[in-house]
Structure formats: C-alpha cells, structure tokens
Design a protein around this ligand. Structure first.
Ligand SMILES: Nc1ncnc2c1ncn2[C@@H]1O[C@H](COP(=O)(O)OP(=O)(O)O)[C@@H](O)[C@H]1O
Ligand SMILES: [Mg+2]
Length: 411
C-alpha cells in the first residue's frame, strides 16, 4: 500500500477510477433493469399473442360452424309465406301454394325487418330464415325470363312470308315507330303464331327479338301455371311492368294454351288460379293499347283449344300459321343445320328433302344430328348418304312406329 501511495497523484487517479467503475456499475444496473422490463414486456406480449391465437382459433371454428349451418339452410328447401298478423312474440304466416296458416316466432335478428304482408322464407321446421324484399324477389324472377337470343333470320329455313309478316307487325314498329305516326295508323301490338310442334315458332320469336334489339322477355304458359303456382296473375302484372320500364321490349308467351285454354274452365281450384292468370293477361293486353314500344308474340301448338277471348279481334293483330316445311324449306333447313358438317359427295340435300315428306323443322335438325352421330360411330369424319338414310329411318320411322303403337292401344 505504502508503495502505491509513494507515487504522487496516484490517490486521485485511483479515486477517479473508482468513480468511473461506480458509474459504469450503476449504468450496468439500469441497463439490466431495462432489459428485465423489456423481457417482462415481451413475455406479456407473447402471452397476449397466445391468447389471441386461441381466440382466433375459436372464431375460425365458429365461422366454420356458421358456414356449414348456412350451407345446410341453403340446401334445405325453403317455403314462401306471407305474414298475416304480428303479435308481441309471434307471427301468423300463410304458406304459399297450400295456403296453410301457422304461428311461429321471429328470430331476433329479423325482428326489425318483418311487418304484416312481408314475404318470408321458412324452412321445413317453419322457422323464418329470410325476409324477402318483394321487389327484389320479383325482379330476380323476371330477370330469369329476360333473354338475349343470338339467332338471326338466316338461321330459319323457309317461312319467308311469315318472317315478312312478323317483321312488319313486330320489328318495324319497334325500330321505326315514326313510320306509323307519319301515316297516322296505330302500330300493331302483337301476333299469335300457331302450328304443329317443331315448326320453328319459338325460334322465330327469338330471331325477331334478336333482330329488333329489344328487351326479350320469354315466359312460357306452362311455367306460369306449374312453376309459379299461386303467383301467375301477379307475375303477369310484373312482367308487363318490367316490359314498360325496359321498352322497347317484346314479351314472348310460349305455349299460351297452358293459360288460355277452354279446357281449364272446369271449376277446380287449379283452374280458378289459371283463369286469374288468363284474366290478368287479357287485362294487360288491353291496357297497353296506346304504347307502341311493347309487342307481344304468343305461340301455341293447340289453337283448337284456345280460349276464343284470346282470338277476338283487337287482342292479336295477326294470327299467323307456321306451316310444316315444304320440300324447298326442308332443303334449306337441312343446309342450315349441316352448314359446318363435312359431307360425302353422294349427300344430296335436295333428294333428302324430298324423302322427308312428313318431317318438321325439329325433325330435320334431329336427322342431321343423328347422321353425324352415325358417322362418328363408324369412326368416320365425313358423313355419307347412308348415315343420313339410317338417321331418316330412325327419326321418322320411330314416329310412324309410335303412332302405330298408339293406334293399337286405342283399338
Ligand atoms: N324453320 C326452321 N328452320 C331451322 N330450324 C328449325 C326450323 N324449325 C324448327 N327448327 C329446329 O327445331 C328446333 C325446335 O323448333 P322450335 O322453334 O322450338 O319449334 P316450335 O316452337 O314451333 O315447337 C329449333 O331450335 C331448330 O333447331
Ligand atoms: Mg316452341
């Protein structure tokens, strides 16, 4: 000790070292403390993260469960009902279709959306699953009926004078209404096409719609009666409303005999419903007299059973027969449907047309398709006359056989 203190100034140096060491030590301590807090914080964050992960997992499981529940709800058929009455803790519903009334409760999340006259979807345990917005509902249904056919007149074989007539009565007033105003005549409002099945009535209506670039609303009489049970009359009203909003438009009523047949007046509830639809149709047809930009095309295979009210003058401006194709028309239809087909030299469409006397346009198409199938079956890529012969026998021969069978049944 005495040795060290022998060096002058040594004491003060030593002192300063001791101070620095003390300062460093205290620095070290606070850093250690800081590190410790950080470590603790990290632990805390880690714990929180872990908690969130667990919570997340729980939510994911819940989400999955809801998704599944949603799916089963969607998969289960839902029934339509209308709210008749609402009590403090119940609703009285009437189910569409069978008109059964029942009482059920309103799920809490739907409480605010339900009022008397609301339309709701119920599942098969009669729980309300959804409240339907009436306008959206109807619109969705009608939008299903709006089509944009991609069919032009040159895909229709024969029927030249019929096409001409429909162009004058349907297409011209839609595309050029001024012509009628100039001459001072009321433009025609609609045509009725009648003829045997498969003669091209539906096809023709689609072609007119395509060529006149109008909104095309396609409804079928049998769907009105069978698919939209109980809603036919309302749907007819909504369809005409939609046609007015989206004018110029063409309303095509296919198989109009399903709603407008004399046979339906048999006094059953089903027929009362069909009659209501029919009355609504007549009312709408009479109602839009003054409007030039909505046209009706109706079609039927059974003009013989059509309600005379529909045929009365003033309902349809023209009643146009769509005949079975002539030999010349059959040749054209053969050409149209075999346009893209590779044919052997011996395939003479004129000859085939002559040999298919009783064929409709739809039969001709079936013959062409069948001939192609025959070639495929032989492994050939070019269709021969024999493929056509077999196809004719199959398509038209079946028909002859069929009618023989039904004759036998009745004898
Ligand atoms: N005149 C025709 N020209 C071309 N194809 C036709 C013709 N007539 C019928 N077809 C074919 O037959 C199918 C069915 O005809 P469609 O128009 O539904 O008959 P309809 O409505 O008179 O029962 C059409 O999609 C078309 O392929
Ligand atoms: Mg048809």
């Amino acid at each position: 000790m005495s040795e060290t203190s022998a060096i002058p100034g040594q004491d003060s140096i030593q002192e300063s070292y001791i101070k620095r060491i003390a300062a460093l030590q205290s620095d070290n301590k606070s850093l250690t403390d800081e590190l410790e807090t950080t470590r603790m914080e990290r632990e805390e964050v880690r714990a929180k993260l872990f908690e969130s992960l667990i919570a997340n997992k729980k939510y994911l499981r819940e989400l999955e469960r809801l998704r599944k529940e949603n799916l089963t709800l969607k998969r289960m058929p839902l029934f339509l009902a209308t709210v008749l009455e609402m009590g403090p803790d119940y609703v009285l519903l009437r189910q569409h279709g069978n008109n059964q009334e029942f009482i059920t409760t309103v799920p809490e999340e739907l409480q605010d959306d339900i009022q008397p006259n609301s339309r709701v979807a119920v599942n098969n345990s009669l729980t309300i699953v959804r409240v339907l917005d009436r306008s959206v509902d109807v619109r969705a249904k009608i939008m299903e009926l709006v089509e944009a056919p991609d069919l032009s007149y040159d895909q229709v074989g024969g029927l030249e004078s019929q096409i001409q007539e429909i162009r004058e009565t349907v297409e011209l007033p839609l595309t050029n209404p001024a012509i009628f105003q100039d001459i001072g005549i009321e433009p025609p409002r609609g045509v009725l096409l009648y003829g045997l099945p498969g003669t091209g009535k539906t096809m023709l209506a689609k072609a007119v719609a395509h060529e006149s670039k109008a909104t095309f609303i396609h409804m079928s009489g049998s769907e009105l009666v069978h698919k939209f049970i109980g809603e036919g009359a309302q749907l007819v009203r909504d369809i005409f409303q939609m046609a007015r909003e989206k004018a110029p438009s063409i309303i095509f009523i296919d198989e109009i005999d399903a709603v407008g047949s004399i046979r339906t007046h048999d006094g059953t509830t089903g027929s009362a419903e069909v009659n209501r639809t029919m009355m609504q149709l007549l009312a709408e047809m009479d109602g839009f007299r003054t409007r030039g930009d909505i046209k009706i095309i109706a079609a039927t295979n059974r003009i013989d059973i059509l309600d005379p009210a529909l045929l009365r003058p003033g309902r349809f401006d023209r009643i146009i027969e769509i005949p079975m194709p002539s030999a010349e028309a059959r040749q054209k239809i053969l050409e149209i449907h075999s346009r893209k087909m590779k044919k052997e030299e011996d395939v003479d469409l004129l000859e085939i047309a002559k040999e298919t006397e009783e064929a409709s346009g739809a039969d001709i198409k079936a013959i062409v398709v069948e001939a192609g199938m025959n070639a495929l079956r032989r492994g050939a890529s070019v269709v021969s006359r024999r493929d056509f012969d077999a196809a004719i026998r199959k398509v038209l021969g079946d028909e002859v056989q069929g009618s023989e069978e039904s004759l036998r049944m009745f004898s």
